[in-house]
Design a protein around this ligand. Structure first.
Ligand code: ACK
Length: 930
């Protein structure tokens, strides 16, 4: 009968005892509705003990029940004539029991709950036509031991009317908190007890942390802990988990709610946990679902290569399209993978594992790699793949790669890595060693250098041998010697090995003529000493002469050590020009040439592009120069002389001759095809589009080609950007070889300055070549400086619109081209060095090459530019050419010679006029103070 919420009005039964004093009386309540009451009122008699009890009340799981009693109670004072026997309270009892029909329960079985007193003034209490005042008292009692209980009311002499008894227990009602459902829960046994309740997650949700709440004694839920989260694809709406709508998704239960599909993706059905990518877009495994769908990158761009002996610097610019991602990386495919990265010219084979890629071969995030440990004089193809996180998912491959082919140069052998000593005696030992890991050619000789350890390198001996062993004699007994070995090929000496130390012993066997050896040693030591002394003297003197002399000396030494270097043969020394052409150029069958289109006009006729298919080789693109009909003998000779010259060269930065057609007409010269044509036009077309490193890379290529020509004793005489050709990989190659042409047929020279021997391209030519036709490698270096200026200024015309006479005059007066806009200071300084008046002071191509390599290795050095100086310089150029007054200081600044300002001032030259009045001789004195 007990319910959780509704009060239960208890049926009361008269307690069956001898003193039956409680009576059931019907009365009217205040609204005149008849009600039943139990009344007792024996106030005049002492020792009252009148009991009234209820039926058995089932507990129904409750642990604490509440008893609400409504009653009236008469004030003893209001009863006339009552004495000490009158009471104003009654007692409430309970008795727990499993028996629902106990007919008799002993008084002593009941446990007292409380003595109940009225809290209302009830003086006037009465029923019927009188006012009745009701008392309501609630008591609670713990009932935990039996299935139910009985309640009893004990009257001890009061005047009471029991109107109602309501018995109830309390529950915490069913509720949903933090997406967990908590059931209707009966409160605990004690007033302070909390019942711990575990909730269960609502539909389409999962537990985040065990959901718990406490049911308090008064039916309130307390302290919610933990809770649930809507499953992926669902979000909380109104305390329940509802599916995300189409176009929305929720990936994780912890995401706050459904989100709109990211760019380039969609969801078609409700409840999406991820959005599908649009066609052509992809998602990497590691991409979060919130990320937009992306695409693989396009191929890397502008891959350039700079060959330095057996290493290659490769640089490229990032792909045009990054596919919406920022994780582009670059790979050089490993051997065995598609498009193996390197091939030899004959048979495509992957690079060996000994080739080093720095900083690495795969996963590169920079756009520069140095590949070293390559074989000398070998043709390599490098393929760079651009990849990003979705490359694999998209299955894209070749479209994302670019390749470049290079040919490595000659290189000295690598050092000998280990040396062994055997047959050690008092005065001798036998040394042996292995061939260097990278001989880079045929080893012609080994050089052994050794000295007593105590002596350091103050005096040493050198021995040379063709084999990999040598007997060293004439040593002192019981002495530690240090040995180094190096190898020599046609490319020169490699580096010495690290030092290896061996000691002679006291063993006299085998004995070898001691006296002779001592004398030999003495002679050798003193000989070497004298040699050293002479070298030192030469070294000191030459250093005082020029800052470039030290390295120049080195390079001369190099030449000396390279007796195998080929020397260029002037085809005009052949009486029969056809003999020269057939010695240096291959005759090509005209049927293997397929002409496609005219690409320009050369001095002897059209220049066409086309294809050449030589048997057993793959078809290649070529440029075809032809000799127009009606030529003279001299023209034929001059035309073919270019091929005879070109055919002697074999270098990646010199235009390669494929062959000639002389057996039928028109005569043709076939060269490799350079997709980007001549450098000056190419730069003008791509004004400002290259990085400084790319420009330096081009310059490096030209310098490398020029070094090769100068090593072969060939003087070009017309080095200019218009005579450099550029291929699709930005590799620059020197072209335009010819002898008479240099002075007569270059359009730059025509109608310009007529020297006693012919026409000269004034702006590119060194003063001594203009003045007295002194064409040397040093005059090529001057021209190289001008080419540098052309490159850095993207094909600007040297000396702008100044006329040739003014150019000659300005150069004579010390004027030099200013740094082009954004030109790194070091590059302009190198140009100025190339334009030293004294040709001995100019750097060699070898030094220029070293310098450019250093700059490429340390790109930071290229950062400092002259900046706004260009504007001043441009002004300077107009001022000088229009002979306006210009302050000496400004002028020096504009030509990059401000360092001479103090020197000039000290010499008394403070204005431009006074300086211009200087004779050439005086100027040289001041510019080069000794
Ligand atoms: O600037 P260009 O396009 O490059 O125009 C000239 C033209 O022929 C007359 O010399 C071009 N040319 C010459 N040799 C080659 C070559 N090997 N590959 C491509 N173009 C060439 C030059």
């Amino acid at each position: 009968f007990l319910t959780a919420t509704a009060a239960y009005v208890v049926q009361l039964y008269l307690y069956k005892c001898a003193c039956l004093k409680w009576e059931e009386v019907s009365i009217m309540d205040e609204k005149n509705i008849p009600i039943r009451t139990y009344q007792v009122c024996n106030v005049l008699e002492p020792n009252q003990n009148n009991w009234l009890r209820t039926d058995w009340i089932p507990r129904s799981g409750a642990q604490r029940v509440y008893v609400e009693v409504k009653f009236t109670l008469r004030d003893c004072n209001s009863l006339p004539g009552v004495t000490g026997t009158c009471k104003e309270t009654f007692n409430l009892y309970y008795h727990e029991s499993n028996e629902d029909r106990e007919s008799y329960i002993k008084e002593s079985s009941f446990i007292k709950v409380d003595t109940v007193a009225a809290d209302e003034s009830f003086t006037q209490v009465d029923v019927g036509d009188r006012i009745m005042k009701l008392n309501t008292e609630v008591r609670d009692v713990k009932v935990t031991t039996r299935k139910g209980f009985y309640l009893a009311f004990q009257d001890v002499g009061a005047c009471i009317a029991l109107v109602s008894v309501r018995v109830f227990y309390k529950t915490c009602p069913l509720t949903v908190r933090n997406l967990a459902t908590f059931p209707d829960t009966i409160t605990g046994a004690d007033t302070s007890s909390l019942v711990e309740v575990r909730g269960s997650c609502v539909n389409q949700s999962e537990e985040r942390e065990e959901p718990k709440m406490y049911c308090g004694a008064d039916g309130e839920w307390l302290v919610p802990i933990g809770g649930c989260l809507c499953n992926p694809g669902y979000e909380e709406r109104g305390g329940a988990c509802k599916a995300c709508r189409a176009g929305f998704y929720k990936a994780k239960s912890t995401d706050p709610g459904c989100a709109k599909c990211p760019p380039h993706s969609h969801s078609l059905r409700d409840g999406a946990t991820i959005c599908d990518c649009h066609a052509g877009f992809f998602r990497a495994d590691t991409d979060p679902p919130s990320m937009a769908c992306t695409q693989p990158p396009s191929a890397p761009q502008q891959l350039i290569s700079v060959v330095n002996e057996t290493s290659v610097v490769l640089e490229w610019t990032p792909p045009h399209r990054l596919g919406g991602r920022s994780d582009t990386s670059y790979n050089f495919p490993r051997p065995g993978s598609a498009g193996g990265s390197v091939s030899s010219s004959q048979f495509c084979a992957p690079c060996g594992s000994d080739v080093l890629f720095s900083p690495g071969q795969t996963g590169l995030t920079t756009t520069r790699v140095v590949v070293s440990e390559l074989r000398a004089h070998t043709h390599y193809t490098f393929i760079v793949h651009a990849r990003n996180g979705v490359s694999q998912a998209s299955g894209a491959g070749a479209a994302q790669s670019v390749s470049v082919s290079v040919t490595t140069n000659q290189a000295a052998p690598s050092p000998v890595s280990s040396i062994q000593a055997t047959d050690v005696t008092r005065h001798s030992l036998s040394l042996s060693w292995q061939q260097p890991d990278r001989p880079n050619g045929v080893i012609l000789e080994y050089e052994v250098k050794f000295y007593e350890k105590d002596q350091r390198e103050r005096s040493y001996r050198i021995m040379r041998t063709f084999s990999r062993s040598v007997d060293v004699t004439g040593l002192n007994p019981l002495t530690v010697y240090v040995f180094h070995v190096r190898a020599r090929t046609a490319a020169g000496y490699g580096e010495f090995s690290t030092p290896f130390e061996f000691s002679t012993n006291s063993d006299p066997f085998p004995l070898i003529g001691e006296g002779v050896n001592s004398a030999f040693l003495l002679l050798s030591v003193s000989g070497v000493g004298i040699l050293l002394l002479i070298s030192a003297a030469v070294f000191i003197i030459s250093r005082r002469r020029s800052k470039y002399s030290k390295t120049k000396q080195d390079s001369e030494e190099e030449k000396h050590l390279n007796p195998g270097v080929k020397i260029y043969v002037d085809p005009f020394t052949y009486e029969d020009p056809d003999q020269a052409i057939h010695e240096f150029a291959k005759e090509i069958d005209v049927s293997s040439i397929h002409i496609e289109k005219v690409i320009g006009m050369g001095e002897f006729g059209e220049v066409c592009s086309g294809r050449l298919r030589v048997q057993g080789k793959r078809e290649i693109y070529v440029a075809i120069k032809s000799l127009k009909a009606g030529y003279s003998d001299k023209q034929r000779r001059d035309f073919l002389s270019e091929a005879s010259i070109m055919g002697q060269f074999d270098h990646p930065n010199i235009i390669r001759l494929e062959g000639v057609v002389t057996r039928c007409k028109p005569l043709m010269i076939i060269t490799e095809y350079m997709e980007n044509g001549s450098l000056d036009a190419f730069l003008r077309k791509h004004d400002g589009q290259f990085t400084v490193i790319q420009l330096v890379g081009m310059l490096r290529g030209i310098a490398s080609g020029m070094k090769y020509l100068s090593d072969m004793n060939y003087v070009h005489r017309d080095l200019a950007a218009r005579n450099i050709l550029v291929n699709s990989n930005l590799v620059c190659k020197v072209s335009d070889f010819g002898l008479s042409r240099v002075l007569e047929d270059d359009p730059e020279a025509t109608g310009t300055y007529l020297s006693p021997g012919g026409k000269i391209p004034i702006r590119w030519t060194a003063p001594e070549a203009i003045a007295y036709r002194k064409f040397t490698t040093a005059s090529d270096v001057w021209s190289y400086g001008i080419v540098m200026w052309e490159v850095v200024s993207y094909g600007e015309r040297p000396y702008w619109d100044m006329n040739n006479q003014d150019v000659i005059k300005a150069i004579e007066e010390g004027y030099r081209l200013p740094a082009p806009m954004d030109c790194p200071v070091v590059l302009h300084q190198l140009m100025l060095d190339c334009w030293e008046r004294d040709r001995a002071e100019r750097p060699t191509f070898s030094q220029i090459l070293n310098m450019l390599d250093k700059l490429i290795r340390n790109p930071g050095t290229l950062r400092r530019t002259g900046g706004e100086r260009y504007l001043q310089c441009t002004k300077a150029k107009t001022e000088i050419s229009s002979s306006k007054v210009w302050s000496l200081c400004e002028w020096l600044q504009s030509i990059g010679l401000e360092r001479y300002r103090d020197t000039l001032a000290a010499a008394g030259y403070t204005s431009l006029d006074s300086l211009l009045a200087l004779t050439h001789q005086i100027e040289v004195e001041i510019m080069n103070p000794r």
